[in-house]
Each structure stands twice: as C-alpha cells, then as structure tokens.
Design a protein around this ligand. Structure first.
Ligand SMILES: [Cu+2]
Length: 338
C-alpha cells in the first residue's frame, strides 16, 4: 500500500511539469470542427465506459482485499470453494457482450459520419498532396496553389461551409493530422483518400505529418488558418493573380529565372514552372518557411537559400551556391512575392 501511495505521489510532479510546459489538455479534447467533435465524443464515451469498469473491478478487488484480509486468530483453512454458478456466469458473459455492442454501435456510427470518399455537392474541395517534407494545397475550382498553410472558411450557425480534403502523395505515405479539426488520414501515392472538416471557430490550428516519411518527418508541419466569414474569399482572390514584379527587383527576377530554381518552383506569370517544390507565387503571404520549421522573413530566406540543409537537415532542396550579392538579389525578388 505504502509503495503504491509513493508511486502516485511521484506522478504528480510529472503531470504538473507537463502542464507547465504549456502542453495543456491534449488537442483532441479541444475540438474546433464537427469531425473533431465526433471523435472527441466517442473518446469520452469509451473513456467513461472503461472508467466505470476500472473503478468497479478495482473497487471490488480493493474491498475484498481489505474485507477478507488475514487476521490474527483466523483458522488456517481455506474458505468454502464455489464450483459453477449459472447467474454469475450469465452476468459475466452478458454484461461484457452488451458493453461491446454499445461501443461497436457508437464507433460504427462515428465512422459512418466521418468517412467520405468524395466531396458532396456544394462543398469546397481542396487537394492536399504530401511531399517529402512539405504539404501542397490546391484549390482546383479557383486555380490557386499554395503550401504548408491551408486556408479555410469558418462555418457559422447561418452558413455551413464544410470542406472536403482530397489527400494524395507525391512520394511515400504521409498522414495529414490537425488534431483540433479532424482525425488522421493517410496520404498514399497512387490512391485518393478523403477527409473533411467543418471548422467552427476562426483561428490558426497546427498539424503534423503523422506517418513516418523519412529524415524530416518531424519537420513536416502544417498550419490551418480558418478565416472569419467573408475573409476566406478575399484570401482566395489575393492568391489567384500572378505575382506582380516590382521593377526595382527586375535583376533579382532575371537571376531567379536563370537559375535552376525554376525547374523545381513555380511563380505564376514567369518561366518558373516546376512542381518539385512549393509554389512561390505568393511566398510572402505565408508566415512560415519550409513546412513550419522557421519564420518567413528576409533574413531566414537568405539563410535558407544559402544552405537549406542547415535549417532543415536532409531537405530535398539543394544549396544553390549563389554568391552573396546574388543571394541579396534573389531574396529581394522573393520578398516582393506577396
Ligand atoms: Cu510525412
């Protein structure tokens, strides 16, 4: 008994340390989207059922240990042994069977609610492509392509705006996971998976690739920006147009267009048409660089171009060996890609 009490006490600092570290309550218990609520509710039901089982079995066990403990003066003989009891056997078969059926039905209902193979009519569809080690987001209806920061409209009481995400992969298996918005879903090469979200609160949500996909798996993060009513359309409009080149950075643009960058990156309205790396047309509209590993500003961009491997070891973008002045020029150009 004493050891058990000490063990419990030892767990308290661990739990408070976790809370201090800002880990808070796990994101799956702070849903902000309809599918995430479905998952949270199912998890709570399972936890509640298991808690009842744990405490009733544990309680009975503790009670019998205390109630029937050896006492001084007890006769040194075994208590009466019972062999076979119809009612007890019926009870321990029926009760678990009922519990399993309840959990099965609740789970089946949730799966039925959550699984969609195709976008229902009227839903916004976004194509999500997992790459080693970044995310590509395409809005096929609008002709917009971006990376690592997924923008979505919020659903309100008067206007529901669910979004269907069609998941694919360009290389290996990845898994798209934004815990506050939906469950995990694999992005598999050569196969299309579906996932949907209906964000109920505007804000920024963080996510992470949830299937080990190589060196920078941990550096394959993403953000979902859920816009308040009306603002999503404005964002989509701002992403639609080609990048406008400021004449002041024309030499930077010329240099960019002469470098192998264009084989891997696309900038709408220029010769850059590559699809190996993220679309850079509106690069500076993103707050993070390289799938959330760094802030997106001029200084970081410069460091990135000089040696991407330094910021993201193992990255599939090579160091382009530009000289200091050329680096300045290309960065100045990239900084205008709003
Ligand atoms: Cu991945």
């Amino acid at each position: 008994m004493k050891q058990a009490a000490w063990l419990l006490l030892a767990l308290v600092p661990a739990a408070t340390a976790a809370a201090d570290a800002g880990l808070g309550s796990p994101a799956v218990f702070a849903p902000a989207s309809t599918p995430a609520y479905v998952i949270r509710d199912l998890a709570l039901l399972v936890i509640a059922v298991c808690a009842v089982i744990l405490f009733s079995v544990g309680g009975l066990l503790a009670w019998s240990v205390i109630r029937f403990r050896a006492r001084p003066g007890d006769a040194a003989r075994e208590p009466a042994q019972i062999y076979g009891s119809g009612p007890i056997e019926l009870a321990w078969t029926l009760v678990p069977a009922i519990i399993v059926v309840i959990l099965f039905l609740a789970t089946a209902r949730s799966i039925f609610d959550l699984q969609k193979e195709q976008a229902p009519a009227g839903w916004l569809q976004v194509d999500v492509v997992g790459h080693q080690w970044w995310w590509e987001f395409r809005y096929p209806g609008a002709g917009v392509t971006t990376a690592n920061e997924l923008h979505l409209p919020v659903s309100t009481a008067t206007q529901s705006q669910p979004v269907f995400l069609r998941l694919e992969s360009a290389d290996v298996i990845h898994s798209f996971w934004v815990p506050r918005l939906a469950g995990k879903q694999d992005a598999i090469p050569g196969k299309r998976n579906g996932l949907w979200v209906e964000a109920l609160e505007a804000g920024t949500y963080v996510g992470q690739c949830a299937e080990f996909c190589g060196t920078q798996h941990a550096g394959m993060r993403l953000r979902v920006i859920v816009h308040p009513p009306g603002e999503f359309e404005r964002w989509l409009d701002s992403q639609r147009g080609p990048a406008v080149t400021d004449p002041a950075v024309a030499d930077g643009r010329a240099l960019f267009e002469r470098t192998a960058c264009i084989n891997c990156h696309r900038v709408a309205g220029t010769v850059a048409n590559g699809t190996v790396g993220p679309d850079l047309t509106h690069l500076m509209s993103r707050s993070t660089l390289a799938s959330g590993v760094a802030r997106n500003d001029g200084e970081t961009l410069r460091r990135w171009l000089r040696d991407p491997n330094h910021l993201k070891p193992g990255v599939l973008m090579p160091a382009m060996q530009l000289g200091e002045r050329d680096l300045d020029r290309v960065v100045a150009y990239l900084m205008t890609l709003q």
